[in-house]
Design a protein around this ligand. Sequence first.
Ligand SMILES: [Zn+2]
Length: 392
Amino acid sequence: MLVALYDNQFVDMTGETSKNQWYTKMKTGLLICPVCKNKVIPKCGSKNVWHFAHQSQYTCAGLHEAETNYHLMGKKSLFQWMKMKNENLYLEYYLHDIAQRPDIYWSEEKRAIEFQCATLTIDRFMERIFGYQSMRIESDWIFGMKRIKRNSENLYSLQMIDLTAAKKDKSGNLSLNYFCPLKEQFLLLRNILPISQRKVIAEGYTFSSRNLDAHFLLDTLNSRSFENKKRLWNLQKKTWRMTAYKNVSPSIMYVKKVMYFNHRSITLFSPLAGIPSSNYYFFETSPFIWQSHLLFFIERLSSPFNRNQLEKECKRLMDKRIFIERKLPYVKGSFKDAVKGYVNFLESVDRIEKINDSQYKKKKPVPYPKTIDEALELDKIFSNKAVFFDFA
Ligand SMILES: [Zn+2]
């Protein structure tokens, strides 16, 4: 940690205090942890960022995880960066009521900023987010750059929980932020389209922290890489077609069976499935799977049908853990919005017709390709009609 109490005053490791001055303070016995009030030792070596350590290894409520040098470095430089233009910032501010200690607390904005490097479980992560929400504190997560890998232009692999922290930017698209303390560089990930648990199509913008203002967190950045994103999406769709037969996840096994009994192969799923329709990411389950299933389900329903019937079917499969809803605590909405977005897509391609707010009439039949070549050709045509590539 970077903050301690000395003679009941907060002191921190971001200033000019020398090594000898820290040791003199320690010898008085008045240098303590602000949370558990036990003595701390200043660690002023040449290898790691200077910090305080508890004298012994008992548990302290203010420490959530062992801090690496990378984390200490990032926390310190993010704090110094934000302090250049903002006031009322507190490093490692302990929120007693929820026993949480955000890396940086911006009291004026009631905003907690966390620099997350270590791996943690989704449950622990949600707990911390809900902790802030319970105090009506806005929270933002900046992830360590080590957690993200760029595979090719517009294609990235992330750690599984990172998407949980996604927020919608001003244009309504998902966004995340990364920081590298070694290069003092930000990577702003914008217009994120999740394509699997860890892979996303997105636009990444790199900025030196010198050139960036702290209000960047929700800024919209739009580029003209739609063609490339469309191409990547279709590439992913091809991967789904080529690999689904050997995939044994519960959702794929289930839909594979449904298709089999309808004399269809999963490889030749309809080009109308696997679409980045509006809000599709509220399902963690792959869009080609849940959408394929809904197409079959609609086929069995009499016309007109109600959107509510589709929601119920999804809920039934979610209860069985066949479909999984994605946890997005910062984004308003639920799987119902994904269903609605998909139904809107089907309407836009003339397969169904809206009667009123929740009722639809069937129109044209759903196309199924006979060969893989035909499938790939149709995928291209229908991806042009997916709304996600239209706006922005
Ligand atoms: Zn402590």
